[in-house]
Design a binder for this molecule. Structure first.
Ligand SMILES: *Cc1c(COP(=O)(O)O)cnc(C)c1O
Length: 404
């Protein structure tokens, strides 16, 4: 039997002249080609990046993987394969940072965008037309953790010869392998779990298909490739990705169990919540679930109490997936400029906090939540306010959170 992905990744040899045990950083832009044509120019290819890309291909079990400057550039590269008149189908709650590319760059180029709920495969069957060229979905959406049934969607796109692109950032290629379930292109923001230390912005595109040559050409000719130093940092991070993912998955599951059992919250969105659609399928087919949770409070008073409690332990950051825990407030951060395409994202509650659970000692993390639960349960009923929604209060909150 061949070794598992991680063992192959750890044993991957490099061709360094001195047999260095870590692939050196080839901090160089251009190569003397009198004696070798292996490399010419680092925008085209570089030894450190080539090594990283071999590691990334192992993780995604792909024929080819490309390391680029960010998750958004990975998306932009793939979307730039579309031409005027082509139709692109996207999910309802796609990554908020993609709005500009979709609404200005793609639409200005004459690409028609249709937005449907991709949790239901029959919606896709109905939406496809002769002009549909690409479907873009997220394995798990952010922050509401909706799961796309990739295998079912792939059956439909394959039958119609349409390219299925999966943004796998919330799972990472260690956690889940979209290509194995029929996706044509798996991409991710490796800024998140693969890097895992909040110190490199980068993206990955993996594929087994004919798109390989086209993607390689776009990267070469438009200058999206990851630079040697960042490539080295990402390469280094990959050697411990399985340890970090196992830890955050365990920690997030424990936080979810505690919060759920407390019955103190309106909703908790978590990919491991087996009552949600496609969660069984994903749990059975993934290596790890990752560390994201989104917790929705009942009202402003509870939200403030919760936020004040978490503040000292959880830095407030965009992004997620680092070894340290962090929180974000989607309504005032990632989702503050909701554009017309993102109708479902309008429903992100102002009392929703997204938590990225890290690798701190679990007992310490749980203590923060247990303290909140105890304090909340002791709060007099009147001070808790009604456990009902109040729209005016919700809108007010959108503004007030910026003052925190
Ligand atoms: C973060 C993220 C991106 C963008 O990645 P960057 O590395 O920040 O450019 C794209 N898609 C999803 C789902 C993300 O979470």
């Amino acid at each position: 039997m061949s070794n598992s992905r991680i063992t192959r990744l750890l044993h991957l040899e490099n061709d360094d002249a001195y047999h260095a045990m870590s692939m050196p950083i080839y901090q160089v832009s251009t190569f003397d080609q009198h004696n070798s044509n292996a490399f010419e120019y680092s925008r085209v290819q570089n030894p450190t990046r080539r090594y990283l890309e071999a590691q990334l291909a192992i993780l995604d079990e792909a024929h080819a993987a490309f390391a680029v400057s960010s998750g958004l550039s990975a998306l932009n590269i793939v979307l730039s394969m579309l031409k005027a008149g082509d139709e692109l189908i996207v999910g309802c709650d796609f990554y908020a940072g993609l709005s500009f590319i979709l609404e200005e760059m793609c639409q200005d180029r004459g690409i028609v965008i249709r937005q449907i709920d991709l949790q239901e495969p029959h919606n896709l069957t109905q939406a496809i037309s002769a002009k549909t060229k690409m479907v873009l979905c997220e394995t798990v959406s952010n922050p509401l953790q909706k799961i796309a049934p990739i295998a079912d969607l792939a059956k439909i796109t394959q039958a119609c010869n349409i390219c299925l692109v999966v943004d796998n950032s919330l799972m990472s290629s260690y956690g889940f392998m979209p290509l194995k379930f029929g996706a044509d292109i798996a991409l991710q923001s490796s800024t998140k779990y693969l890097v895992g230390h909040a110190d490199v912005t980068s993206g990955v595109i993996a594929t087994n298909t004919r798109f390989k040559e086209k993607i390689a050409k776009i990267i070469r000719q438009t200058g999206y490739a990851l630079d040697p130093f960042q490539a080295w940092l990402l390469s280094r991070s990959l050697k411990t990705v399985h340890l970090r993912m196992a830890e955050v998955t365990k920690n997030a599951a424990a936080v979810y169990a505690l919060l759920k059992a407390s019955k103190c919250f309106k909703s908790i969105y978590y990919v491991g919540d087996l009552t949600q659609k496609h969660a069984h399928w994903l749990s059975e087919n993934c290596e790890s679930l990752g560390g994201l949770l989104a917790v929705e409070c009942f009202n402003q008073a509870q939200f403030e109490q919760f936020y004040q409690k978490l503040k000292s332990y959880f830095p407030k950051t965009v992004s997620f997936g680092a070894v340290h825990s962090s929180l974000s407030h989607p309504a005032s951060m990632s989702h503050k400029d909701v554009q017309k395409l993102q109708q479902i994202q309008l429903q992100v509650s102002p009392w929703l906090l997204r938590l990225s659970i890290g690798c701190e000692v679990l007992a310490d993390t749980l203590t923060i939540f247990q303290e909140f639960i105890d304090e909340y349960n002791q709060t007099p009923k009147a001070a808790k306010a009604e456990k009902t929604e109040n729209t005016e209060e919700k809108q007010g909150c959108k503004k007030s959170i910026n003052q925190y």
